[in-house]
Every structure is written in structure tokens, then in C-alpha cells.
Write a protein that binds this ligand. Sequence first.
Ligand code: ZN
Length: 204
Amino acid sequence: MKIVCVGRNYAQHIDELKNEKPAEPVLFIKPDSAILHNKNPLVLPDFANDFHYEVELIVKINKLGKHIEEKFVHRYYDEIGLGIDITARDLQSRLKAKGLPWEKAKAFDNSAVVSRVFLPKTDFPGMQNIRFSLQKNGQTVQQGHTADMLWPIDKLISYISRFFTLKKGDLIFTGTPAGVGTMQINDIFTGYIEGREMFRVKVK
Ligand code: ZN
């Protein structure tokens, strides 16, 4: 399986990193080796110094799809989860400055926290009406609402499927809202969808 991530899907997060609003979604891939399964501590690697958390709603693909029309996308997922797209921000900035690919800063081992639990989409009034948040050591640091996405989920997945065939079990990280920040040793991160705890990760 693979993880397809979208960058810059929330306007306030684009502003906080002083990025330009893209005309089309910014996509990148994390391999399955990037997944940090819930319950394991997060050990930060030694090749960078500034690791950022980005909480993101995750959509789990339920069947093979390619060139999916937006109106049919809803048939391709049943469940949503929550995760953290961990980013080596200092390394990413150096790569971006040189116009190089981001993978070393975005797709390294354990760079994708994925909730163990996924929730049926039928638990929610609509995919663009879901609140989620991240706490760092008990303090809320990020709050998102899917209504604020630049590309709503079905439009985004349709777009992704023009480039990448989606397979059962693939995960779509749908972008992070504002409030990203640094991870330090001993920090504990807890993620919530509509107040329900989805994951708890300790940084080692
Ligand atoms: Zn992200």
C-alpha cells in the first residue's frame, strides 16, 4: 500500500509557512515503511533537527480506482482516520530551496502516524463537516474543520486518481490546518476527531 499526501490544502496553513496558494493540489507519496503504528513510541531520526507535526484527516481507499470521476469517489471509501504527517522542516526547506524532491524530509521511516481505529464515514453528517484536532502535552495546538479545505475530499481523490492508481488499503492524507510546530523528546501527541481520541504517541 501507499500513502498519498496533499500539501497546502488549508489557506491558513499556507499563510503560516509563507507558501503560495497552489493552482492545483500539491501531492507527494509516503511508502508503507513510513507508517508508525499506534502504540509504538516515535523515535526521531538523526538526519534533521526540526521535526514538525501536521495533524491530518485520513481517508482509507476500499477498492481499486483510476481516473475516478468526482461524483463516484464516495464509492471508493468507507472509513476515515487521523494521523500526523511528520516533516523534517529544516531538511525540507533546504531541499525546496534547491528545487529537489521532498522525500527525505517527508517519507522517512515513522513519518506517518496512523490511527489504529478508523471510523465509518456514516458516523458523520458529511465529509466536509468534520472537526479534528491535535493536542501536544494536553494543550490543543491544531484545530481543523474539513469545510476549510481548498480541495474537498472527493475532488481531491478524483484528482489524485488521474496520476496514481488507488488500491484497496491506500491512505489519503488530506492536508493540515494551521498550527504546525516542533516536536521535542518526551512530548505526547493525542489526536481527536469530533472529540474522540484517535491516537496517542510519545516522542522518544
Ligand atoms: Zn502534510
